[in-house]
Write a protein that binds this ligand. Structure first.
Ligand SMILES: [Ca+2]
Length: 563
């Protein structure tokens, strides 16, 4: 710990001089097991506090300093006074798999949380468990969301405030008018006890987080605060004080949202078919809402996250904690605003895999700096442990990027290996196939599993918006072959196996169809429906007699609801 304190302080004073000789850091356990010397002043100092602010589904550019008209003064403060990582990415762009990666430092193929539903956490070790061992006080506040079954406290946290699955924006959401009258409310699990919700979710989670910080106002113990917002996940509901504040905002959707021959050129069939689906710009979440309006609500919901950041920064400043606290602002996955006709996430395109990332620690992390290295959610756990002086455990797969954060290393010196992406097909959202991708030196190769479709290759340096598929460009043949092979090799799990048993791909396959013959088949007639049907969520829930009856009567169905 003392060495880390030295390292962070020295870097702060030297403005980014090379201190590679100090790396790698020894484990805290080794420090602790060393013979106890006479206490030196530096050893009496605590390691840095960390506040990890995790937003849900925040698009990479949904921050005021990147989007004209969007006001996020507190997030912008972090950017101006901290370091911005424009190429932060996630190895799986979906809530539960990404959250599991952040917490375990493992990829989905190794932690096994491959979807948002039946996700076992058995055998997983979360990084805060190591922080507790290193003397940290740890608190979790908000959305955990690995499966929907339980909100019970998980290992690694001294304070636990959470809810099942996605939770709700307001305490009365999802409760019948009679229930509301009788005083029923959504609940939070606070250290194992259910407590009625009182306020708008973002505000309430921040209240709990700040109350927990105040319990150790004298800052006698280092802390790690994991503030995991529900916002701004669909369907975003703003707080009363922010409702309508962007009613007049001129929202511009990406140029690739339009259904044009130019935009469709080189895009897989599944992409073109998805635009008229739950996750498509032409039928967003099976509604007829103008997506410009959706974006306005999304930004209004973000305003409370910005307020929350402001309250945290004020608390740190007032209590003289900002000198020894690192704030990391992040999202569990990206979000498409109609890019390539798609909304939400899951695919391997840039707006889906890129996330906002800001690191603020005045005196330790350079202000107003941009580091364009590709850093992954996989690298967060080793980085947080590095801050605490804890060596990376063997099961973790990422690399600490603390030297990039402190300015000790430049982006060109950063060697983290390829960015490998995996997403596993979900029956509940069948529009997006299983997707594997790899990015090396800003060239991205994408492959789909189990569908009759094309591969993709993009040169992100020349084509950051992924408009020109180079998969059949002879100039990129070597890239294609090398990246296909590297993807296959690197997707093996820790046992050297592939989770989906499948053979290595080395060609396009026998895909032809007769010129002038029948075109691709259409979807079933019964799948073509009106927007905003009361039954629009029914397909998400398991089949049953009750659901069949609800379908026939045109009524919404939720498991357990009387029909
Ligand atoms: Ca998410």
């Amino acid at each position: 710990m003392a060495i880390l304190r030295n390292r962070l302080r020295t870097i702060a004073l030297s403005g980014g001089a090379l201190f590679a000789a100090l790396s790698p850091l020894p484990a805290a356990a080794e420090n602790a097991s060393a013979p106890a010397p006479a206490p030196a002043p530096q050893q009496a100092e605590k390691p840095m506090n960390v506040i990890f602010v995790l937003v849900d589904d925040l698009r990479f550019d949904a921050m005021g300093f990147l989007t004209p008209g969007l006001k996020t003064p507190n997030i912008d403060f972090l950017r101006k006074n901290g370091t911005y990582f424009p190429n932060a990415v996630v190895t799986s762009s979906l809530c539960s798999p990404s959250r599991a990666t952040i917490l375990t430092g493992q990829t989905a193929r190794n932690h096994g949380v491959i979807d948002n539903h039946q996700s076992s956490e058995e055998g997983l070790i979360f990084f805060p468990q190591y922080l507790q061992q290193a003397g940290y006080r740890t608190g979790f506040f908000g959305k955990w969301h690995m499966g929907d079954d339980t909100d019970a406290p998980r290992p690694g946290f001294d304070r636990w405030v959470s809810f099942k699955g996605q939770g709700t924006y307001y305490p009365t959401d999802g409760i019948s008018p009679e229930g509301i009258k009788e005083g029923q409310r959504q609940t939070l699990n606070v250290d194992g006890k259910h407590v009625n919700r009182k306020d708008y979710i973002t505000t309430e989670l921040t209240d709990y987080a700040l109350d927990w910080l105040k319990e150790d106002k004298k800052d006698t113990q280092p802390f790690f605060l994991y503030l995991s917002h529900k916002a701004v996940h669909s369907d975003p509901e703003p707080a009363p004080e922010h409702k309508g504040e962007y009613a007049d905002l001129d929202v511009t959707l990406p140029a690739s949202a339009a259904n044009t021959p130019e935009n469709n050129a080189g895009k897989p069939l599944w992409v073109q078919n998805q635009r008229n689906s739950w996750h498509g710009i032409d039928f967003p979440y099976h509604t007829d809402e103008d997506f410009h309006d959706y974006v306005r609500r999304y930004f209004e919901t973000l305003s409370s996250v910005d307020d929350s950041v402001g309250r945290i920064l004020t608390y740190l400043h007032k209590n003289d904690l900002d000198k020894n606290t690192m704030v990391v602002f992040y999202s569990d996955n990206g979000y498409l605003f109609g890019d390539h006709g798609l909304i939400d996430k899951r695919n391997a395109y840039e707006p889906s895999v890129r996330v906002p990332m800001l690191v603020y620690a005045p005196g330790h992390v350079p202000a107003n700096k941009t580091v364009d290295a590709v850093v992954r959610n996989l690298d967060l756990a080793p980085t947080f442990l590095d801050v605490a002086g804890v060596a990376e455990p063997s099961q973790m797969e990422g690399t600490s990027f603390l030297p990039l954060v402190t300015g000790q290393e430049s982006a060109t010196q950063w060697k983290s290996g390829d960015f490998v992406y995996e997403y596993y097909w979900e029956w509940s959202f069948p529009q997006t196939p299983t997707t594997f991708a790899i990015e090396r030196d800003r060239v991205k190769y994408i492959q789909y599993h189990g569908v009759w479709d094309i591969e993709e290759l993009y040169d992100l340096k020349k084509d950051p918006n992924e408009m020109h598929n180079l998969i059949n460009d002879p100039a990129y043949l070597d890239n294609k072959i090398a990246l296909r092979q590297a993807l296959y090799e690197q997707l093996a799990n820790s046992k050297g196996q592939h989770d989906i048993p499948y053979g290595e791909r080395n060609s396009e396959g026998l895909v032809w169809r007769k010129k002038g013959g029948p075109r691709a088949a259409d979807f079933p007639d019964r799948w073509y429906v009106e927007p905003d049907l009361p039954t629009k969520f029914n397909g998400y829930f398991p089949d049953s007699e009750a659901k069949l009856k609800a379908d026939e009567e045109g009524k919404p169905y939720f498991p357990g609801s009387a029909q």
